[in-house]
Design a protein around this ligand. Structure first.
Ligand SMILES: CC(C)(COP(=O)(O)OP(=O)(O)OC[C@H]1O[C@@H](n2cnc3c(N)ncnc32)[C@H](O)[C@@H]1OP(=O)(O)O)[C@@H](O)C(=O)NCCC(=O)NCCS
Length: 177
């Protein structure tokens, strides 16, 4: 099930994020695995703004979360992470479709995100979900700022791209809790 996050969910993010990040160590991207998890005050900000969602499994355990911003008038996926024990069961996709539904309801035209080009569960995954790479020259000011900040903190040590998907694409969602 996908639902808006409540205040209690915020404390669960740390463990999900640490566990989800660990896969980056296995592909030689240890600094990403070691990245700080988002501080509680930032998570509370998303939660209060109604831009944090969680996925729960069949017994109600929170197994994944997504944070969204509004950037250049579009819904921007700031972070989506699934606990690896519950990976590849459709939770990530269901969270992304929930944000797409939210964005559609708010009258936004696209979903955007930035991600690593070559990591199998990053750009190739999003391509499967209907996202495509935004050419550098077409980046809006907000996305351009984000890419600039990412370069400053060293994320561009590996190739990264911004991607987008029209919110009108509706993708059937199912997942196994
Ligand atoms: C990216 C992520 C959110 C996907 O969530 P998920 O619930 O596992 O994915 P879904 O069940 O929706 O989709 C499964 C597809 O994701 C991709 N995928 C997920 N994990 C993968 C892995 N370890 N290796 C390769 N592909 C993977 C595959 O395309 C997979 O399809 P397949 O099982 O048919 O091969 C999750 O892998 C994750 O939290 N990764 C770590 C954090 C991260 O990189 N977040 C994105 C930041 S931009």
């Amino acid at each position: 099930m996908i639902r808006a996050a409540n205040e209690e969910d915020v404390v669960l993010v740390h463990e999900i994020e640490r566990a989800a990040g660990a896969a980056f160590r296995e592909i030689g991207m240890a600094p990403i695995a070691d990245d700080e998890t988002p501080p509680a005050r930032i998570l509370h900000k998303y939660q209060r703004a109604g831009r944090m969602w969680v996925a729960t499994n069949a017994v109600g355990r929170v197994v994944a979360y997504l944070l969204a911003d509004i950037i250049d008038g579009n819904a921007h996926i700031e972070q989506v992470s699934v606990h690896p024990h519950f990976g590849r069961r459709g939770f990530g996709r269901a969270l992304i479709e929930a944000v797409a539904a939210w964005a559609r309801q708010k009258g936004m035209s696209a979903l955007t995100l930035t991600t690593f080009t070559h990591v199998p569960w990053n750009a190739p995954y999003y391509e499967r979900l209907g996202f495509s790479v935004i050419p550098g020259a077409d980046l809006g000011p907000g996305l351009r700022d984000i890419r600039g900040r990412e370069a400053t903190v060293g994320l561009d040590a590996w190739p990264r791209v911004a991607m987008c998907r029209p919110v009108k694409s509706i993708v059937a969602v199912g997942f196994q809790g």
